[in-house]
Write a protein that binds this ligand. Structure first.
Ligand SMILES: *Cc1c(COP(=O)(O)O)cnc(C)c1O
Length: 451
């Protein structure tokens, strides 16, 4: 699709719609002369050049990439109207689009019933899930793995509940024995399991943890902010396919969070939370003199901690899902390419004399470190930092990220490395652009030279 053409169409469709309401005078206080705008715009675009090239496969660092052009056009077109999905009256069209995309996301996870909505981020979505968890289990805490997203402990603080970090195994997954020891104390009301940790993409054994729910009367919340869309590869044929069990088990959990602004091709400002039991909506009841509801249809503002929310975010996701639905043949093909890229690169690293694989990629995150002499944590740490820095500044640049691993985590994977420090930085590449598949041989050759 031709982005420039459709951006013009966005402006035109808005003009046609607004013209229907008849002429009116715009106010001179808002007038800006084109010449003046041009000057400021030039400075503005110049300043924006101070960014890493997230769009290019040579950027193989954090979870960052531009949205799909369909999402951009959807966002801009709706933003020209600027509906507020707080209430149906704030934007009936985008509120209905939001309900439809939530239905699609619920279907993707296999939820047969659901209540859910979009949020501005995964952090806010997790906060909502933990808020409901607290209301249902007052006085009991929340358990999550030591590799869970850092915002879980922060939000437990915000909610005034006790957070418990549970140790992980040698692949970064929650240790179920340690979890069960904690559950025996009766202090925990909710377990957060991560389907794709932010650092390494590790998938907690959700299917095995389900038995603990009945045994200890706890809720299970799944944080799939980053990994959620990988459920589309569960049980798929070919190298990109993932073991089905943990992904299928999500359908039996109490709530799940996924970030369309990570793997759903959306601009920032798009997270989502889903509850299996629609009845939890009762915890959001509120009454205020300035919100007004004109129908008995479900108002998303009634089931959200946030008030104003961009209708444009729902519009962008709806338009994207019409074209690339959250199905194995739709968005699944995009994720599969990134997963294949990660597997291909990890094989190259595995047979390299210059790089060592930290652990096999669970999803589309590759973790690795330079071969050093001696093979010790302090040397690895310095070499990783040097490759990161030189990669960005030398010609034919590559943009990576680092991940800090403590000595215990390192020893679990690489017992031969001397632990002469508390931990070390290693290199980490999230291959979330399907274009990476055609680029990993180049990335690898470049890195071998940098080491
Ligand atoms: C990114 C991420 C979050 C936080 O989401 P934001 O959208 O950045 O607020 C939470 N959990 C996991 C597993 C994540 O990867």
């Amino acid at each position: 699709m031709d982005l420039q053409h459709w951006l013009r169409q966005a402006a035109q469709s808005n003009q046609e719609w607004t013209a229907d309401f008849g002429p009116y005078q715009t106010h001179p206080s808002l007038d800006i002369e084109d010449g003046r705008f041009a000057e400021v715009f030039e400075e503005f675009t110049e300043r924006l050049k101070d960014n890493y090239p997230f769009f290019h496969p040579r950027y193989a660092g954090q979870m960052l990439k531009p949205p799909h052009p369909a999402a951009v056009v959807g966002y801009v077109t709706a933003m020209l109207i600027n509906p507020n999905n707080h209430a149906l009256d704030g934007g009936p069209a985008t509120a209905r689009m939001e309900r439809e995309v939530m239905q699609q996301l619920a279907g993707m996870f296999g939820f047969t019933t659901h209540l859910g909505h979009l949020t501005t981020s995964g952090t806010m979505a997790n906060l909502e899930a933990l808020f409901v968890a607290r209301e249902l289990h007052p006085g009991r805490g929340v358990a999550y793995s030591a590799e869970a997203h850092y915002t879980h402990s922060r939000m437990c603080g915000v909610l005034g509940i006790e957070g418990h970090a549970v140790p992980v195994d040698g692949r970064g997954r929650i240790d179920l024995d340690a979890l069960e020891d904690l559950l025996r104390t009766g202090r925990v009301g909710t377990v957060v399991l991560t389907a794709g940790t932010t650092g390494l993409g590790a998938i907690d054994p959700i299917h095995e943890a389900l038995a603990l729910r009945e045994k200890y009367g706890v809720r299970i919340h799944i944080d799939a902010a980053y990994g959620g869309f990988f459920t589309l590869l569960a049980g798929a044929d070919g190298p990109a396919g993932l073991a089905e069990a943990p992904w299928r088990a999500i359908a039996q959990c109490d709530s799940v969070v996924v970030d369309p602004h990570k793997h759903g091709l959306q601009p920032y400002g798009c997270g989502a939370v889903l509850f299996a039991d629609p009845d939890v909506g009762r915890f959001y009841l509120h009454d205020s003199p300035y919100t007004y509801f004109t129908s008995t249809e479900l108002h998303l503002g009634e089931i959200s901690l946030e008030c104003s929310r961009a209708g444009a975010a729902a519009a962008a996701l709806w338009l994207t899902f019409q074209l690339l639905p959250p199905t194995p043949d739709g968005l699944g093909t995009v994720l599969a390419a990134g997963r294949r890229a990660a597997l291909q690169w990890s094989q190259l690293i595995d047979s390299s004399d210059f790089l060592t694989l930290y652990q096999a990629p669970e999803l589309d995150i590759v973790s690795y470190f330079p071969v050093t002499e001696p093979a010790a944590l302090s040397a690895i740490d310095q070499a990783s930092a040097r490759v990161l820095q030189h990669g960005m500044t030398e010609p034919d640049p590559v943009f990576l990220s680092t991940l800090r691993a403590d000595a215990r985590a390192f020893a679990a994977r690489h017992p031969g490395v001397t632990a002469d420090a508390e931990g070390a930085r290693l290199l980490r590449s999230v291959l979330m652009k399907p274009e990476s598949e055609r680029y990993v041989t180049h990335l690898h050759a470049r890195l071998e030279k940098l080491v």
